[in-house]
Ligand binder design. Sequence first.
Ligand code: CMC
Length: 391
Amino acid sequence: KGVVTLDPGYKNTGACESAITFLDGEKGILRYRGYSIEELAEKATFLEVCYLLIFGELPTQQQLNKFHTDIKGQSHVDEDVKRILDGFPKSAHPMGVLSSLTSALVAFNPSSVNVDSEEDMYKAIVKILGKFPVLTAWTYRKRLGLPLDYGDDNLGYVDNFVKMMFKKPSGEYNSKQTVVDALDKLLILHADHEQNCSTSTVRIVGSSHAGLFVSLSAGIAALWGPLHGGANQAVIEMLEAIKEDGGDTKKFMAKAKDKDDPFRLMGFGHRVYKNFDPRAKIIKKAADDVLESMGIEDQVLDIAKGLEKEALEDSYFVDRKLYPNVDFYSGIIYRSLGIPVEMFTPMFALGRLPGWIAQWREMRLKKEPIGRPRQIYVGENLRSYVPMEER
Ligand code: CMC
């Protein structure tokens, strides 16, 4: 007690006890509430996983129906929020827009802030689960100049999101089961990942009792960075750049290994996984399946596979235990579904929403203290103020 230890990036510091997600980086294991990610990705729906992460158990059909009904009942977004969205230029990055809109929701839902009881927490949770997909779809539609409206309450949670995103003014959209299934799987794979940068942000902002929506808004901002969720956009941009450059993967590998070059192989490496990322394995297979079922041949997928093979045989990457992570193949799926590259990270945010909520709820229910890291001061000793004319 009293001794401050230094651990930049919290590489070896546990910030909390959590019963939500188990991760073994050496063995490549990821479990939500004890269920393996492989089994959930194959058998569960995203909404079931939301319930599981937040409340700790898989829902019965009745519990799931009630949860979905409560979410649908809260999916409307105040018309004035459209005016806030309208104020953004079309070129604004969707992550900045989403973070701002999520924060703005507080003004329209002030009762969502002071939530001490489980009942009040539940109300705030179904509100954001209802409104966030609408905000995500609207952010995308605004970029394309499409009308902003709602989906169809008779559809499932993910089906409805697909409709809200892609519905043309004529009402047509690609509602193929392959699209919905692929998205459902991707959202499940992104749903939680214990104390990563954005989740820790949500917990630390929430620890000041600032309220769920602003905590999530901060989490979205943290996710935006290219070293975190923004990597899925950066991966496709990198693969496109390799393609444009003539497809010489070796040249880019050499850049990534050059310590004088800031370039990193995006979609490679992970703070915790030092063997393989189990999510990447599932996504790689899903990317193959989606492209095949949609009859798409994508040169970028071939470049990605070539790059992966080379990196896995290269001593630089092998020695540092750098493997493809979840973001390496997810962009290829998003692209084949017609989702533009700037929307990749918002898709990650939609997937991570239940994880952030579950972690925030756990933190509040356990009455965790305010997050307040210490530091080791390395600045000047006491100095006297120097008047302006003497400086
Ligand atoms: N390309 C080239 N070298 C790398 C890479 C990479 N992608 N990742 C790590 N290294 C090197 C790094 O230069 C260092 O080398 P050395 O020991 O010679 O100095 C060593 O590997 C260890 O790297 P680190 O930066 O200390 O590791 P970290 O745990 O702090 O960072 C990471 C983890 C994910 C930020 C990093 O691997 C990275 O920047 N990867 C690329 C971005 C990316 O794909 N991010 C998505 C992560 S998964 C999803 C998510 O979190 O949202």
